[in-house]
Design a protein around this ligand. Sequence first.
Ligand code: SF4
Length: 402
Amino acid sequence: MIAAPVDTTTVRALYVHIPFCERKCSYCDFTSVGGVQRQRPYVAALRAELRRIAEALPGTRLDTVFIGGGTPSLIDTQLLTEILDEIRTGFTLAAGAEVTMEANPSSTTERKAEQWLRAGVNRISLGVQSLEPDVLAFLERVHDADRAVGAVRAVQRAGFEAVNTDLIYAAPGLDDARWRSTLERILDLGCTHLSCYELIVEEGTPLASAVERGEVRTADADTALRQHWTAVELAGRAGLRQYEISNFARPGAECRHNLAYWHNDFYLAAGVGAHGHLPPRVADLILPSREGAAPAGEAHAVRYWHTDSIPDYISGSHPIAGVEYVDPADSVSESILVGLRLTEAGLPLDDRGARREAETLREAGLIEWDGRRARVTARGQELLDAVALRLVNACDGVAHAS
Ligand code: SF4
């Protein structure tokens, strides 16, 4: 009997990880190392993985590709071109596909940006983080404010229309006036997208140890909230609407790749440390034997992640470090946890228990609920995790009969 072909049409996004940085920042818990010494063997292994995936999933059509890191702008442009050529050879890029690359100001020039554009990148996400010297020093970033502004202008001059800048607030010593000034200067540059993230002390980072030893005092919750609302206000005034808790865009310039995460959609992943989310039958085709993993049962999805060891990844011996089945109930919970972040579009709720809880949350002023979609109110944004958990805990696994 010939097996029916596996449907890959729900898999439209690909994440590719480049783990090299100029040096490791103290607050960072991404898979990344200082220095690019191993970029060539790494890219060879990455291309081999991309080829394997593409051969296993013929005809896969991608709407978005996201090359993240690490610092992808640091690697040799020729290598970047080879990665994108590999992707175009193996997969079909849909018309108008979004191809994002993360870049840091210190490794961005107009000439390089022109080469990235020629290689097929059409959206740049710049890790500016701050324009304040003490904050940049605290974050151990290698650029200064001039370099950051220069990098934004360089990618714009090179021809990139879709440009995001990442900023960090609630950093130690960053008062409201200086945060406001950073936002104003960045927004003046006319980028199409802005991401503002609160500095989070991630477990296991040098920053976490410094906080534990009492050497660093992080901003209090009130300061963090005030600075969040300053970003919402100033971005809005500049024509960038808040569409996700931490993300702002001109209409139509939202990051489509990240929207796939917030919609809890499926996506492929390649590279060290990269996480993927696939339908079980698609995962079967690209993941090695899943012996020892929980039984698939009625699994709705499979989450998998790569080794975070660059040598292991390059050797190709153990590229996949873990696989986890997601049952339908967990998938609903995941969708609530990520989907409630979408402040503009909101989250469709089908679960009967969650819908009942949505009524209560609406009465408490925490969400807007029109009987179909839930959107957090301003107060709900401030209590996002608690609101999401209440919806998750209320789920009873029974779908609403429409
Ligand atoms: S540049 Fe970004 S990815 Fe690299 S170490 Fe710093 S925070 Fe982490």
